[in-house]
Design a protein around this ligand. Sequence first.
Ligand code: SF4
Ligand code: SF4
Ligand code: SF4
Length: 417
Amino acid sequence: MSEVFNWQLGRKMEYPYEGAYPERQFAFVFNINRCLGCQTCTMACKSTWTFNKGQEHMWWANVESKPYGGYPQNWDVKVLNLLEKANPGGQVWDATNGQPKFEGQTIFEAAKKSLTPDGSRVLGYLPEDHEWNSPNIYEDNPKGERGKKYEFDKEGTELPIHKTWFYYLARICNHCTYPACLAACPRKAIYKRPEDGIVLINQEECRGYRKCVEACPYKKSMYRGNTRISEKCIACYPRVEGSDPEANGKPMETRCMASCIGQIRMQGLVKMNQKDGTWAEDRQNPLYYLVHVAKVALPLYPQFGTSPNGFYIPPRWVPKEYLQQMFGPGVDQAIENYLYPDRELLAVLQLFRRSNLIIFSYKFEKGKKVYEGKLRGKNVEMYDDTVIAYGKDGKELFRTKVEEPVYERSNKHANSI
Ligand code: SF4
Ligand code: SF4
Ligand code: SF4
């Protein structure tokens, strides 16, 4: 095992290989507050990459209803239980000096405690076939009063916390900085591309041992029975490279991002510090801004230790303990910042899904005040600020405003639809 730095844990951790970091890293932010569970993203991926024989159970992109849903079934509860068994009572964060640090064990560290009798490098489990059957099992099932079937709280839907709640968790491979799938593969068939950090399985080298399926805590590596080879999300790399015919040479967001109806998704390529895998400062990159400056977007189960590159703006209405378990100790601050956004955050949130091309930087221009009033007892003001997005070549991709323009159709065309 080597020692690598995991900024999401605030400490060094053990990993089977030396750290090696790409120049830029594929990353994304999903705003859970906006997801409507329409599954357009799911179908965009399916109809592009996994529509063939033997891939029927394979959903590289899926959207599951939390807290009960999961694909494969109960994946997160199972991994959390394994970790708890390996380190009873010790899976905790220390947030006393402002900089949270994970004191527990990651899936790599816990594996060393020989809970894996076959000497696996990663603590994990292999889901049974039936667990892959339903990409959104328990769809829309809310958490109600404990023990009372079909009985929900009468005043259950008021902020700050809904007493009757559920939410949609959209998931793809996180193209982790310390991929568990890669760490576990005995044939070294999995690699991380130095140019964009996308994690791929070499189909020529894979022999279908399924160690990656067992090791990935997010269960985003999947086995295909008829070819006896494992497959996973490829981050639509021809689009990200700009080599897809639709991209015209420009880096383009993936299929699941581009198709998102709820406009919850933004994907990018963030600059990395190649010495330790932290993000290099890039203040005007929208993903850097959302994760490191506005601090509204958090990694999914950072305690697993893979340093996932998918980040989520947590849902405002869900009990905090549940969210803290899922997104770590930054939850309270992220929700507060999202509930009462400052001018820049409100402007950056308008960048989501205005273009299918990858945004490399943005500029923010102040506009006039358009609203002032009270929101949940706090004074709030809104300004019609402008946000301008730029592509890889530094050229403007588009500009948009905080206030949505209103167009009135003339009487002449009142019924022309
Ligand atoms: S999410 Fe899973 S499959 Fe994807 S890179 Fe991370 S460990 Fe590998
Ligand atoms: S990035 Fe591409 S391959 Fe990956 S889940 Fe999204 S659509 Fe599928
Ligand atoms: S397309 Fe967007 S809004 Fe619809 S389910 Fe997927 S992530 Fe949610």
